[in-house]
Ligand binder design. Structure first.
Ligand SMILES: NC(=O)c1ccc[n+]([C@@H]2O[C@H](COP(=O)([O-])OP(=O)(O)OC[C@H]3O[C@@H](n4cnc5c(N)ncnc54)[C@H](OP(=O)(O)O)[C@@H]3O)[C@@H](O)[C@H]2O)c1
Length: 325
């Protein structure tokens, strides 16, 4: 079958290890099934894998991709939960299972015509979502949902305020739309004027260049950019506010800002992916609120290299989707 795989790891030139070609069909073990992929989306995770972050050389070649929507052998239309883990081993949350893994880290990923997944990882796809929209949910949107809804401390009834750093990203656009739909005031930053304009069109209450002073300190910051925005995130919080962090695209070692963190009694909350239950809740949230993932581009799987080039160049607003058909 056709698939997009990492065949070599290059920390500084990740696309050199990308291969688009024929790979063996999946062989699902007991309790797993095969999903015929209708659409898959790219994540920054795929670039990190090609750089060798979280993917050791002895697992190559590895089919990339965490996210897919498709049809099972039994004819069910599904969204695939990308976290493979045992909830019982994580106190009821599979993301806390010490042995948890994401598709494409230990088991072949979703950028393929077919992918094998545990049956418990299937979430029904509602008819309201297109295949392309559904394929954006399992990583970027689920991560943003947990950050905003479960981890930020923002009031469930709405009325909070939040800063989303790096407005163009997959997680960031999701966080903006989820926070607005939940009734919060949302400020965003982006390096790029066009992305700031597009974030405003999506509903951001105000948009800023990175590092700009905000009109008011916020209750929470959604942080995925890392070193480049961390100081601004800390400075933008009201006393007692929270930074929820799930990524560090620009570098993992920001200045600690410890004085401000303890003096203003700020909280720094780590967040990773979400449970299968949260993915089902997210699907219901989209069906109920009408918000949809902004899909920048849909390409055939065979043309995946161009999509990886866009992602690596930061030339993305929202999500890039690949279709095998
Ligand atoms: N822990 C988890 O479970 C989890 C899940 C999903 C993602 N992540 C992580 O979250 C991060 C974002 O993922 P994504 O898929 O949303 O990525 P993406 O779509 O490629 O977006 C990249 C983001 O980086 C921002 N950015 C701002 N300044 C940057 C700089 N100086 N250098 C590089 N990037 C900069 C971009 O913002 P502008 O271009 O608008 O400025 C944009 O928000 C990644 O690090 C990813 O690994 C973690």
């Amino acid at each position: 079958m056709l698939a997009v795989a990492a065949v070599a790891l290059h920390p500084d030139s990740p696309l050199d290890g990308l291969d688009i070609g024929d790979r063996p069909e999946p062989t699902p073990p007991d309790g797993w099934t095969t999903v015929e992929v209708r659409a898959a989306s790219l994540n920054h995770h795929d670039l990190f894998s090609l750089r060798g972050v979280g993917l050791p050389a002895d697992r190559l070649p590895m089919i990339l991709g965490c996210d897919a929507a498709g049809v099972t052998a039994e004819g069910e239309e599904v969204v695939v939960h990308a976290v493979i883990g045992d909830p019982a081993a994580g106190g009821g949350d599979e993301t806390l299972d010490p042995r948890r893994t994401l598709l494409s880290e230990l088991h072949p990923g979703t950028l393929a015509q077919r992918v094998a997944v545990p049956r418990r990882n299937l979430v029904p796809k509602p008819a309201e979502l297109s295949w392309e929209e559904a394929a954006c949910l399992p990583t970027a949107w689920l991560t943003a949902y947990r950050m905003v809804v479960s981890r930020s401390g923002l009031p469930a009834a709405g009325g909070g305020s939040v800063l989303v750093q790096g407005a163009g990203g997959g997680v960031a656009t999701a966080a903006l739309l989820i926070a607005k739909a939940a009734g919060h005031t949302v400020f965003v930053t982006s390096r790029d004027e066009d992305k700031r304009r597009r974030a405003a069109a999506l509903g951001a209450d105000a948009v800023f260049e990175p590092g700009a002073r905000l009109p008011a300190r916020v209750d929470a910051v959604i942080e995925t950019v890392g070193a480049a925005t961390w100081g601004h995130s800390v400075r933008s919080l009201r006393p007692g506010g929270r930074i929820v962090v799930s990524g560090a695209t620009s570098g993992p070692n920001p200045p600690a800002e410890l004085t401000r963190i303890f003096f203003l009694q700020l909280s720094v909350i780590g967040s990773t992916m979400g449970s299968r239950g949260e993915l089902a809740d997210l699907v219901g949230f989209l069906a109920r609120t009408g918000i949809r993932p902004p899909v920048q581009e849909v390409r055939p799987l065979a043309q995946a290299r161009g999509a990886f080039e866009r992602l690596a160049a930061g030339d993305v607003f929202g999500k890039l989707v690949l279709v095998p058909g």
